[in-house]
Design a protein. Structure first.
Length: 329
């Protein structure tokens, strides 16, 4: 399929909405004339796609974004929503120690959704996929009262064992790679009606997880790993429960950026609370047998002990707010 990530979409020139395009017109507008990389053996257009799996095993994950819950079009452009949807899945693939190989996109939207929104969303998904060297190989479209964007990502372990949440052991070192609290700070800025600092707002609109670092951690001997989709404390709680260990973080060692402190000071927020409980940064947090195993660029910020639960400076977290995002709370 010739054409790059920014190629113009095909479709009836007179069609201005999803309803006017029709189901197959929407599919063609999203997938037509797009470049598919080598892992895609058979792309969109058949009952299912065919993707190469060199390792013989496939890492698979899915993440769903709902308008009004995960994104707002008065805060984010459609392209940014598309990028955000892909980012969540790339982080999950990376957290298993795998490299991404393909994406599938399912889109539910009202018939009144404009082609401009569809084009922007598709551009964001495809641009993020191109950054990862993968393609969008299929998916589905349906009508709905509100927009729902669901991405399925596939990955390859390159012959390694998966890095799960259940492998942490007492004596391991906890280390982080990526930004902590930036998305939460960006949301706080947007809620105040501001659009700057740009870096914080961008972190909320289009998080950029360090997905290339997942395989790096795996090769370095990571014993467990997870991404901070719900917040550092909440996600390390999953590691503690799965591994049956106690995680203790050092607030002094946590990578709390000066920019985060500046925004917190301006808005009356707490940078440590954002770093510990803010979700959607999609940073990676892993455990390693010793500091000697921690790869360059990762920040050691805690340790694994015998016991249960997660503490900060040996105390249960008593900061403001709930320690992480939970649906239906």
């Amino acid at each position: 399929m010739p054409g790059g990530a920014g190629a113009a979409r095909s479709g009836p020139a007179a069609a201005d909405t999803a309803a006017e395009l029709g189901e197959f017109g929407v599919i063609d507008r999203i997938t037509g004339d797009r470049f598919q990389p080598e892992p895609t053996l058979l792309g969109p257009g058949d009952d299912a796609a065919l993707v190469a799996a060199p390792d013989g095993r496939v890492v698979a994950t899915v993440d769903t974004l709902v308008e009004g819950v995960h994104f707002r079009f008065d805060w984010s452009a459609p392209e940014q929503v598309g990028r955000k949807a892909v980012a969540a899945n790339l982080a999950d693939v990376a957290a298993m120690g795998a490299v991404p190989t393909a994406l599938l996109l399912s889109l539910a939207c009202p018939g009144t959704t404009s082609t401009e929104v569809l084009d922007g969303l598709a551009a964001g998904v495809w641009d993020a996929a191109a950054d990862a060297g993968i393609g969008v190989v299929g998916g589905d479209t349906v009508s709905a009262d509100t927009m729902v964007v669901s991405i399925t990502a596939l990955g390859d372990l390159e012959g390694r064992a998966p890095v799960t949440r259940s492998g942490a052991r007492p004596g391991d070192v906890v280390a982080v790679r990526g930004e902590l609290g930036w998305s939460a700070a960006g949301m706080a800025v947007l809620r105040r009606g501001f659009r700057s600092p740009v870096a914080m707002v961008a972190a909320h609109r289009t998080p950029r997880p360090p997905w290339r670092e997942g395989p790096v951690a795996a090769r370095a001997g990571a014993t467990s790993m997870i991404d901070t989709s719900d917040g550092l404390l909440a996600d390390l709680g999953h590691v503690a429960a799965a591994s049956r260990v106690h995680v203790d973080l050092s607030s002094r060692l946590l990578p709390v950026a000066d920019k985060l402190r500046d925004v917190a000071s301006a808005l009356g927020g707490d940078p440590l609370t954002w770093a510990l409980t803010g979700g959607e940064d999609h940073a990676l947090v892993a455990t390693f047998p010793s500091e000697d195993h921690v790869p360059d660029g990762w920040v050691a910020c805690g340790e694994i002990r015998a016991g249960t639960g997660v503490t900060v400076d040996a105390d249960r977290w008593g900061g403001a707010g709930d320690p992480g995002w939970r649906h239906w709370r």
